[in-house]
Design a protein around this ligand. Sequence first.
Ligand code: DOR
Length: 437
Amino acid sequence: MEYIIRKAQILLPSGEIFLGDLGVNQGKISAVAPIITPREETTIIEATGLTLLPGVIDPQVHFREPGLEHKEDLFTASCACAKGGVTSFLEMPNTRPLTVTQAELDDKLERSAAKSLVNYGFFIGATPENLPDLLTANPTCGIKIFMGSSHGALLVSQEEQLEPIFAQGKRLIAVHAEDQARIEQRRREFVGISDPAIHSEIQDEQTALNATQLAVKLSNKYQRRLHILHLSTGIEAEWLRENKADWITTEVTPQHLLLNTEAYEKIGTLAQMNPPLRSPENNGILWQALRDGVIDFIATDHAPHTLAEKAKDYPHSPSGMPGVETALPLMLTQAVAGRCTLAEVSRWMSSAVAKAYQIESKGSITPGYDADLVLVDLNAYRPVLREELLTKCGWSPFEGWNLTGWPVLTMVNGEIVYQNGKVNPEKRGKALNYTKY
Ligand code: DOR
């Protein structure tokens, strides 16, 4: 298909807005120009008043397939992505079975080819035993290590278990940085408390800092490419400001920027995630670290659980919140409110992610790049409504928030996967290619 997106406010890689046309041909961005002349077969998409951004690349999601499809599956999750302007995702290995071998990686790639509307990539999970798999698995965006908040065999918490993983191989290591020994000790201290707010006390700021410092120490020792997932505390951000080598990246979630421990009073266990929400002061420090480039980009950590599961009493309630449908409008609403710029949001949600994971031909509006695009409306506000959500879990921690920047159209590899409130369930994305690994 050939398209012209007409008279859009196009966000260029320079950060400037260009009012004009964007051509799409054979899945690629073919031109950006004041006016593009259509051919007979060209479909025109009128975009007057709308803003065109690179599609979001969400570098941390948990889509639950295989094994936990009662929470989410690759089809429902990718529909939610299409609606949220997420055109590519990197998915985590804590499925059932865990993604810890080549065969399990291949299985996810095959399932996604059959079911996912958007582009996909997968992490391989580290266990204390699978170093050979970590060295050879392909294609993968990187190795995921749960240093804490374990998922069975995925837990790699001891320095002597971590060291060989950092020492051998070259590919990116992404860490969930929480100190498991401290979590276990504090769980014993606070046993019997069912107020979910205790979650942020048990897995406290020190719990996160300890593990981040250990991961950075090992990364420095071997000059190993390290990514610290979902940074949650100001103390980590301030420590990284002084101690982050240029081969280390980090990310933050919209939850850790926009929610804090006050959320437990309003939404109870729906606010429970790992690492936990922090005090309100942390929101501001994380924002500043993001603006200053100490934090490189944004991930949703989309981690759906059913409402029935979430309704269990703490600590039996599972940790995690969905996010792919709301992340872009949440951040664009912040931009319109003046907290950051549109160009920053796009850098944090697209180009910086593509750069960090060496994802080919994605993350910016550049002729020759894949036509992964999202057209958003920055003039209207609409609330997050439970009945409109496409994630199978059917809830959001942001219900009732009045947001702007909702996607009007999402395009993946030059194909329309979402338009005017409807997903196109027939479309399929592709496996991501990585340049370096
Ligand atoms: O809260 C969380 N839930 N954090 C994670 O890192 C994992 C996730 C899950 O898979 O439920």
